[in-house]
Ligand binder design. Structure first.
Ligand code: SF4
Ligand code: SF4
Ligand code: SF4
Length: 296
């Protein structure tokens, strides 16, 4: 059977659908996406089937919560794409478009999590993935201030935070909250957000708080509770050749506002960036004030 020859346009189409050329002639890598990194065991088995049938019986797990299958021969691409569709495996993205939205597990299993970041990422896949942009656009959601999903390294990052409040009537004066808080704040602000008064009751200073909830976790009688949950928003982060830390533009943003913030950020990126420019680079040229007005 004659080998199908792909012209440049067809190769570009393949790239759009997550099929990338390897260094080796006639071989390709299939890039897939797993929104939020959540993958059912049954689907994992399908990956094994594809890797065995079309590749070399192994996969590469990418840093963006995708699974890649290398060593797909050119003659097998169409058949692979059909199988992939049949198995419900999602395509990844290459080139100038938005990538898989990544997340940590969040409160689904992690004791630090304020929100179920995985579930949220799966819900937001439609809004965040595959949009045509000047270079690339990455979104990350992390379930608490520990930042395991690195929101500051993404073009748009959401970091869950929780504001604590104390019920003084429930307090048994153990001072643990003040001790743990001092450890947190001494590393950052130098000033604790909790001090004990003369009656050994905690006094909360919101202006010094990191909103990571250690006081809530440490209190033996649950006198501290999380009063409010929201998200810090970072824009313009990236790593690559010229890394840039994302700039914080908002605190305690409500979860329901996230889809619009993603849409508006993509729109604004398209409006201000030159071809090949990342969001952060474009923001450095155009400033943050307008960005905040447009995005928030
Ligand atoms: S960022 Fe927080 S919630 Fe997410 S995995 Fe890390 S510690 Fe857990
Ligand atoms: S959330 Fe952290 S920084 Fe804020 S009061 Fe509690 S322990 Fe202190
Ligand atoms: S940890 Fe709880 S019980 Fe102990 S001092 Fe703080 S609020 Fe009171």
């Amino acid at each position: 059977m004659a080998l199908k020859k792909y012209n440049e346009t067809e190769l570009l189409d393949l790239r759009t659908g997550g099929v990338l050329k390897q260094i080796q002639k006639d071989y390709f890598i299939l890039r897939t996406r797993i929104p939020g990194g959540h993958l059912k065991a049954e689907k994992l088995k399908k990956y094994a089937i594809l890797a065995k049938k079309y590749g070399k019986d192994y996969v590469h797990v990418s840093t963006r919560q995708g699974i890649e299958i290398p060593w797909i021969h050119i003659k097998n691409i169409n058949s692979l794409l059909k199988d992939m569709k049949k198995f419900g495996i999602l395509k990844g993205a290459c080139g100038p478009r938005s990538r898989n939205l990544i997340a940590c597990p969040g409160s689904s299993v992690c004791r630090f999590g304020f929100v179920d970041a995985e579930k949220l990422a799966m819900k937001l896949d439609k809004v965040a993935f595959g949009k045509e942009v000047p270079k690339k656009f990455k979104v990350a959601i992390t379930g608490c201030m520990n930042s395991c999903a690195k929101p500051q390294e993404n073009d748009l990052g959401f970091q869950a935070q929780g504001e604590p409040e104390v019920d003084l009537d429930a307090c048994i004066h153990c001072t643990l909250c003040a001790k743990v808080c001092e450890k947190v704040c001494a590393r950052g602000k130098g000033q604790p957000a909790i001090v004990m008064d003369k009656d050994k009751k905690p006094v909360y200073r919101k202006e010094n708080c990191y909103f990571e909830g250690d006081c809530v976790r440490v209190c033996p009688v649950s006198a501290w509770k999380t009063k409010k949950v929201g998200f810090k928003v970072y824009i313009g982060g990236k790593v690559g050749r010229f890394p840039r830390f994302g700039t914080e533009i908002a605190e305690f943003v409500e979860e329901k506002k996230i889809p619009k913030i993603i849409e508006k950020s993509v729109e604004y990126y398209k409006e201000i960036a030159n071809k090949g420019e990342r969001f952060g680079e474009a923001l450095d040229r155009t400033g943050l004030k307008k960005a905040k007005d447009k995005i928030l």
